[in-house]
Structures are given as C-alpha cells and as structure tokens.
Design a binder for this molecule. Structure first.
Ligand SMILES: C[S@@+](CC[C@H](N)C(=O)[O-])C[C@H]1O[C@@H](n2cnc3c(N)ncnc32)[C@H](O)[C@@H]1O
Length: 258
C-alpha cells in the first residue's frame, strides 16, 4: 500500500474510481463546449490534462482534434485510462516535464485538492502555459442537504470519531483561487453544468467507502464503518436500494495567464 502522505490514488481507489466518479457524457460535452467558448481554443491546440486520472475528461477533448497530454502520478489510475492513441505520462505535477510556455490550455479537474505541495503544482501548470493561455479548474459540487452530501458528512463524522483524519491533502477552492490570482486573471468563466445522478443509497455508500480517505483503513474498521453508516442512511431513506435522484453540478473556473 502507498505510505501515508504519498498519492493515495492506487490499488482499490483506482479500481473503483470510474464506478463512482465518472461523469455523464452529455455533461462532459457541455463542459467541453463551454471551455472552447470561454477560451477560444482552436483545433490543433495543445491541452494538458493535469492529474488526468483514468481519462474522464480526455474523450470529449480528443474527438475534437485537440492535441492531448495527460499527466498523472498514479500508475494504477493511468493503467485504467479509458482512451487509446493519446499521450499520457506518469509524472508529478510539482515538476511538470515540459518546457516553459508550450501549452494552450490546462484542465485540472478534481486535482489540486488532493495534491500535496499543490502550490508547486499550480505554479508548474502556469509555467507550462503560453502567455494569455487558459487554465480551467473543475470540481463537482453536491447540493448541501442532498443524500450524497448527508452521507459524506456522516462518514467524515464517524471517521473523526475513530480518530481518522478527513482533511484533504491539498488546497481548498479559495486557496486555489488565491494562488492562481498571482499570475492569472479569472475570466467570466463558464458557470455550472448542472446534472442529476440516478442512484441508490447503496451505491452512494459504496462510493463514500471507496475513496482515498478510507484507502488505508484495515478491513475490520471499514466493515464497522459501513455497518454504522448503513444504519444511519437507512434511518433517513428507509432502505438501501430505493431509487434516488441526486442533483450535482460541475463547477468550472476559467483563468487566463497574464
Ligand atoms: C480525484 S482524481 C481526478 C482525476 C481526473 N482529473 C478526474 O476528474 O476524473 C485526482 C488525480 O490527481 C492525481 N495526483 C495527485 N497528486 C498528484 C501529483 N503530485 N502529480 C500528478 N498527479 C497527481 C491522482 O493520482 C489522481 O489521479
């Protein structure tokens, strides 16, 4: 297992990643349309997918004839990369293996929050950008009060009670914005791409028990956490296999290099 403090997107986290965290194709298409409109990206442009993971974003960029390079530190995530014929490199965003000013667009989705030394990673991404080129930071927000949010909050509470840290290893969104504001200006952006996930409480439980926060728990602790969380969730929903619709939004912030 990866030692604490290193990238935790390995083994079971990578194996389960797409099951819980892929995004609907139409959301990705709308997201890419928004990116192209907001940044004026032209076919042939060079796009760096920073922390590319399993390639959730890659497909919608590649079919539009952009040149694509995905960088990720986790070989296990890259092994599950869903697209052929694109360039992917195992590498550390804190030392992006590119010359200065060669990239037209950096996309960084769900990344800086999990990168230790995220400030270096942001500076490296900006360094790789051409002058006036763009960086788009994306994240998925669940509505507060939704079942997904309720389960996440309850899980973190149970983890804290067990003395297990739940903090992200990287930046929060305010910190990302502040760091980027040194070298980039935030533009009008794209706004949110809203969508609904049709799921069940059981699937939401599985997702909440498969991420990096719990990747280092031993099986006994994980099983106890699952039973307690399942009881709490059943108390709210009446069952684990009832159909539920969860509103979510892909939030996209666009920055231009000065
Ligand atoms: C939550 S996943 C996001 C993957 C993808 N961008 C997406 O939206 O599905 C975060 C990714 O960041 C990668 N990562 C974390 N620290 C990194 C670093 N220092 N250098 C490169 N990649 C890193 C992880 O391996 C993981 O694949």
């Amino acid at each position: 297992m990866a030692p604490k403090g290193e990238n935790r997107f390995a083994y079971d986290v990578a194996r389960d990643y797409d099951r819980g965290r892929s995004l609907p194709a139409e959301v990705l298409e709308e997201c890419c349309r928004g990116i192209v409109e907001a940044t004026g990206l032209r076919p042939g442009a060079m796009v760096l997918d920073a922390g590319a993971g399993t390639g959730v974003l890659a497909g919608s960029l590649v079919w539009q004839d952009y040149r694509y390079l995905g960088i990720d530190a986790s070989p296990e995530m890259l092994r599950r990369f869903g697209w052929k014929s694109v360039d992917i490199v195992q590498g550390d965003l804190r030392r992006v293996p590119l010359v200065d000013g060669c990239i037209d667009l950096v996309v960084a989705f769900r990344v800086f929050g999990v990168v230790r030394g995220w400030r270096h990673a942001i500076r490296e991404c900006v360094r790789a950008l051409k002058p006036e080129a763009h960086l788009v930071a994306g994240r998925v927000a669940r509505n507060s009060g939704s079942l997904a949010d309720f389960i996440r909050v309850e899980r973190n509470q149970l983890l804290r009670e067990a003395g297990i840290a739940t903090d992200r290893p990287g930046a929060n969104d305010g910190e990302v914005e502040l760091e980027l504001s040194h070298t980039m200006e935030q533009t009008a952006g794209i706004g949110n791409v809203d969508f609904i996930v049709e799921t069940t409480p059981r699937q939401l439980l599985d997702q909440n028990l498969s991420g990096w926060r719990i990747s280092e728990l031993d099986d006994g602790v994980r099983d106890r956490l699952r039973s307690r969380l399942a009881e709490i969730v059943k108390g709210r929903t009446g069952g684990l296999d009832v159909a539920v619709e969860q509103p979510a939004a892909l939030q996209l912030d666009v920055y231009r290099r000065r």
